[in-house]
Design a protein around this ligand. Structure first.
Ligand SMILES: [Zn+2]
Length: 49
């Protein structure tokens, strides 16, 4: 499952598919930003263990 900048996929960790940077969303209303590290727009969700 791929998520993109502007999506609101919910609380969790999302890893940039381009550089591997991990973005944390702390609210279900928070939008995925562009990657702060490389500016890419596609992420995958990391499962919390
Ligand atoms: Zn990135």
């Amino acid at each position: 499952m791929e998520y993109r900048t502007g999506d609101t996929p919910g609380i969790g960790r999302y890893q940039c598919l381009h550089c591997g940077y991990i973005v944390r969303l702390t609210s279900d209303n928070e939008k995925l930003p562009a990657c702060p590290n490389c500016g890419h727009h596609a992420f995958e969700k990391l499962e919390d263990k």
